[in-house]
Design a protein around this ligand. Structure first.
Ligand code: HEM
Length: 439
């Protein structure tokens, strides 16, 4: 009793509603909830969410964000309960590792994601994007979110797994779709029990098992092929990697790393690409400037999209020991998260913060921890350079070939799909070929 009272006293204020109600708002109206809490409680506030085993302190002041990202890795544990993602990503996943084990996995996985390596994948992404553009309908509304998901899945399957296997792609797509429906995710989180093939968890596990068997067969084939089977893909680099004892990674480790990359890199990049196109459809001048080959502008478009439409809103950690964050010391056991969404909307850092204005990045950018769409510190997104390259190539390809008209003039709302925030109507636009119009 005394302990929980002392913990409460050290924490910043926050909404008084019961945890169930706060969780409902967090899930159903995330951005409105965050804005309301920020307006009422200021630059640090405490939420109580049903799926966390302790209070969650959100901070959105750059110095406090720095304090979190720069803290000793032994103090910062992973900040989110694994939930339904745990059996998907597997026990060796970097997402669920802590301390020395987390750093060990990171060291194994980092080399293929080094910025220099991205050159190898550019051509592949452009090729996949152009093939998709060939298939899209013209002259009637199309939801680009679904199309972007197909592109990013294809990119991961080829660049990471080294496969061109339509059946595997289809199986993975159906399995991932099961993690997107909110009622389903809620049912799976509340009752993760196999109650037969028709129950939410049971059907999910069966699908997962199917994908798993196909992936393991793929890994085994590649291992058996030895150096002859190697290519430029990330699996080739992981097959050549050695663990701490100098041995190769086990099949289960390889499987877990691949699936983690798929889970972390697919929806996030698809959502961001869709948001960029949803915005560009409402700014034909901005699209024309991408088409003209202005690379500084293209980077500004990507930065601004990640700023104002971040697909992930927080980068959570759990404290294993007390930590000074801003002007207070937070006790051990508390979850703390730099709030990506709120720091990106600070009017002192970004004038007219809700407006999508790539121009602002050409006029000078704020320093430090003001732009954190990929998180920071020892858990910063491993795929940031890969995602940026992918966004550049997809946006270049679309701008080169298509004009976009929004289905409705009003911008789309940010809506939760699983853990990410995506365009509420799926980024619906009407496409027309650039050449047709010019002719
Ligand atoms: C626009 C696209 C993307 C966004 C916005 C994004 C964002 C993030 C964020 C916010 C985190 C948590 C960082 C933290 O807690 O400090 C993260 C982690 C991670 N991301 Fe990404 N991501 C994107 C694409 C990708 C891609 C393409 C991959 C790989 C193919 C990837 C792999 C990962 C991995 C493995 C982690 C866990 C890192 C760790 O725990 O050490 N992400 N990402």
């Amino acid at each position: 009793m005394l302990a929980s009272h002392a913990l409460g006293a050290a924490l910043p204020p926050g909404p008084r509603e019961p945890a169930a109600l706060q969780t409902l708002e967090w899930v159903a109206r995330p951005t409105a909830f965050l804005r309301r809490c920020a307006a009422r409680h200021g630059e640090a506030f405490t939420l109580r969410l049903a799926f966390d085993d302790g209070p969650l302190v959100l901070v959105w002041e750059p110095q406090a964000i720095r304090d979190v990202f720069a803290a000793d890795p032994e103090v910062l544990r992973r900040g989110q309960s694994p939930g339904p993602l745990a059996p998907v990503a597997g026990e060796h996943s970097i997402l669920f590792a802590d301390g020395a084990e987390h750093l060990r996995i990171r060291r194994t996985m980092l080399p293929p994601f080094h910025g220099d390596r991205m050159r190898a994948y550019r051509g592949l992404v452009a090729e996949i994007a152009h093939a998709a553009i060939d298939r899209w309908p013209r002259g009637r509304p199309v939801a680009l979110l679904g199309e972007m998901q197909a592109i990013t899945l294809e990119v991961i399957l080829q660049a990471v797994f080294g496969v061109r296997d339509a059946r595997l792609a289809a199986d993975i797509r159906t399995t991932l779709a099961l993690t997107r429906s909110l009622p389903r995710v809620a049912a799976m989180s509340l009752a993760p029990r196999d109650l037969g093939p028709r129950s939410p968890w049971g059907s999910f596990l069966r699908r997962l098992d199917l994908v798993d068997r196909r992936l393991r067969a793929h890994i085994a084939r590649r291992r058996a092929a030895g150096p002859d089977g190697e290519g430029d893909d990330i699996l080739s680099m992981l097959l050549a990697a050695r663990d701490a004892d100098g041995g190769p990674l086990s099949e289960t480790e390889l499987r877990d790393h691949l699936v983690t990359l798929l889970a972390a890199g697919h929806e996030t990049t698809a959502g961001t690409a869709s948001w960029a196109l949803e915005r560009l459809a409402r700014r034909p001048d901005a699209l024309a400037r991408v088409r003209a080959g202005d690379d500084a502008w293209l980077d500004a478009v990507i930065r601004e999209t990640l700023r104002v439409r971040p697909v992930l809103t927080v980068a959570p950690r759990k404290l294993a020991a007390p930590l000074r964050v801003g002007d207070r010391v937070l006790p051990a056991g508390v979850h703390v998260a730099p709030c990506i969404y709120l720091v990106h909307r600070r009017p002192d850092l970004y004038p007219d913060p809700a407006a999508w204005r790539p121009e602002r990045w050409l006029e000078g950018a704020p320093d430090g921890f003001a732009w954190i769409p990929f998180g920071g510190g020892i858990r910063r997104c491993l795929g940031a350079a890969f995602a940026t390259m992918e966004l550049q190539e997809v946006l270049r390809a679309v701008a080169a070939r298509l004009d976009l008209a929004p289905e409705r003039p009003a911008g789309e709302r940010m809506r939760r799909r699983g853990v990410t925030l995506q365009p509420g109507r799926g980024a619906r636009v009407v496409l027309s070929d650039v050449t047709e119009r010019a002719a």
